[in-house]
Design a protein around this ligand. Structure first.
Ligand code: TEU
Ligand code: CA
Length: 542
């Protein structure tokens, strides 16, 4: 690690605890399960774990509805388990980045239990309350991300409270300094336990001005983040990554320009929206255009330059599996999984691997609404049935985009339930675990996992991968995504055929070394190349 911050030099790994590893046979992943897999993660080479929420929660939204920020969900373990995880990870040079969900709490959080008692309760102003308009009508048209109005009436106070997600996730009132300082105290509680930083859930919503219908990117957002930085993680060598669906490159620079003392980086979602209809929701499907993907990712690579920092990801617990989404989970499964790994991990920024991505885990198609666990999909299903959509149509959308796709249990080996649990798993295990699992990947030097391992090692050993300039190679075939990374006189060329068809690529530079590829017999030379389905490679050139 020659220069920069630790989080600029590592690859991060996201764990969705419920689905990672069960240690006691209750069918639910837990903290001891994670500890038992730390050696595996060390072998993979990651430098940090983003841990999805492990706090006490009634699980209306699988832990993103927190009822006590300073207690661990009993299903997941105890605070002692959590401390052990932090310490055991540290011994392996892995830092634990906690999920910070402070746009909202659970309605079962003690603050909200108090707040909903009466208007003069000391906690009342911790949340966002408004009068209805006239008789029995909501304050305004703000909608919940999970469908329906964002306002719910509370008879005890005679007012509506705001919830941009489910009605069991009331929004905190960030305009109240008591709220802000209570959040900062809680963050310091965790910082004092030795964590590596925070991933901040929908952080771009905290500056909302509901009366003006402003939710994302409100006027005070950056003031709050600067205040938070000062009051908590600033100057402590921690990493912070904001989840910001509404960020443009200019906004991302505001968050991540070190001179502004806000966050390390943000998750930017522009590429994630490329396969949906322009005016629709994510459920309104459209095929991916590879030229659009090239344009968007290249824009982010160059726009953040030296004044900010990119996160790099295809997957998380809210998104479908990349190999099923934009790759090919049939004939070219392994090639396409490796292609997406190579394409992303050779870019500039901090890469994130979502559990199971490193073995090419796929979407899991459901045939009925009864098989769905996720609140978002279930609510959309019923809303669209009401709106007159056909069942088939809705299930097609859910199978393409639903969040459960990413949440099926981790596939460790070919034994019952993929080695995830000895009991009954909380969510169906993908039946392809005999074919795609960690054990087989570890035993095969040509596996997808081996590709991830090698990509991480390349980043560790080469400053070019971390710091090199990025330049798209223009005028290639539509489905060929090719770029250069250049650093201190050295240049690497990355090329990827994002397609099940053969495509030509004109390699004009002199090749001096083959670095990595996804076909075993690659012999890359200067000239007109025929790239095979999903073929990708990295070469050093002159
Ligand atoms: O996600 C933010 C969010 O807006 C998602 O609901 C997103 O729109 C959707 O999943 C993709 O279609 C964060 C968390 O990552 C998510 O799991 C939570 O449900 C949500 O916040 C509320 O905390
Ligand atoms: Ca368990």
């Amino acid at each position: 690690m020659s220069k920069g911050k630790w989080w600029q030099n590592v690859v991060m790994y996201q764990i969705y605890p419920r689905s990672f590893q069960d240690s006691n046979g209750d069918g639910i992943g837990d903290i001891q399960g994670i500890i038992s897999r730390l050696d595996y993660l060390q072998e993979l080479g990651i430098g940090g774990i983003w841990l999805s929420p492990v706090y006490q929660s009634p699980n209306d939204d699988n832990g993103y509805d927190i009822s006590d920020y300073e207690a661990i969900m009993p299903e997941f373990g105890t605070m002692a388990d959590m401390e052990e995880l932090i310490a055991e990870a540290k011994r392996r040079n892995i830092r634990i980045v906690m999920d910070l969900v402070v746009n909202h709490t659970s309605d079962e959080h003690k603050w909200f239990v108090e707040a909903r008692q009466s208007r003069d309760n000391p906690y009342h102003d911790y949340y966002v309350w408004r009068d209805g308009q006239g008789d029995g009508d909501v304050p305004n048209d703000l909608q919940s991300t999970f469908g329906g109005s964002a306002w719910t009436y509370e008879p005890a106070v005679g007012q509506y409270y705001l919830h941009l997600f489910s009605k069991k996730q009331p929004d905190l009132n960030w305009q109240n300094d008591k709220v802000r300082h209570a959040v900062y105290a809680m963050m310091n509680f965790w910082i004092n336990k030795g964590i590596g930083g925070f991933r901040m859930d929908v952080i771009d919503l905290i500056g909302k001005e509901p009366d003006k219908m402003i939710t994302g990117n409100g006027p005070k957002l950056h003031d709050y983040l600067q205040e938070m930085n000062q009051a908590t993680f600033g100057g402590k060598n921690l990493m912070t990554v904001g989840e910001t669906w509404g960020a443009t490159p200019a906004i991302a620079k505001e968050y991540s320009d070190p001179a502004r003392h806000e966050l390390s980086m943000v998750f930017q979602f522009e590429h994630v929206g490329l396969d949906q209809q322009p005016d629709g929701e994510k459920w309104d499907l459209k095929p991916l255009s590879v030229p659009a993907l090239k344009r968007v990712l290249s824009k982010w690579q160059t726009a953040l330059g030296d004044q900010g920092w990119n996160s790099l990801f295809w997957n998380n617990h809210d998104l479908p599996r990349i190999v099923s989404r934009w790759g090919n989970d049939g004939q070219y499964h392994d090639q396409s999984a490796k292609l997406f790994a190579i394409l992303l991990h050779m870019m500039k920024g901090t890469p994130y691997i979502y559990q199971g991505e490193e073995i090419g885990m796929t979407n899991y198609p459901v045939t009925s609404v009864d098989e769905i666990n996720d609140i978002e999909s279930i609510r959309m299903y019923h809303a669209r049935i009401k709106a007159g959509y056909s069942k088939e149509d809705i299930l097609r959308s859910i199978n393409a985009k639903g969040r459960d796709n990413a949440r099926t249990p981790m596939q460790w080996d070919a034994t019952a339930n993929a080695g995830f649990t000895t009991g009954a798993p909380w969510l169906h295990v993908n039946p392809n675990y005999g074919q795609y699992n960690v054990k087989d990947n570890l035993a095969d030097p040509h596996s997808i996992l081996a590709t991830y391992q090698r990509l991480i090692a390349l980043r560790q050993a080469n400053d070019l991968v971390v710091w090199g300039d990025y330049a798209l190679i223009p005028d290639t075939a539509d489905n060929v995504f090719a770029y250069y990374r250049t650093y201190q006189g050295e240049r690497w060329l990355i090329a990827a055929n994002v397609s099940a068809e053969t495509n030509e690529f004109a390699l004009t530079d002199a090749v001096t070394e083959h670095i990595i590829g996804n076909y075993d017999d690659q012999d890359i030379q200067t000239g007109r190349l025929k790239l095979r389905p999903y073929e990708a490679f990295v070469v050093k050139v002159r």
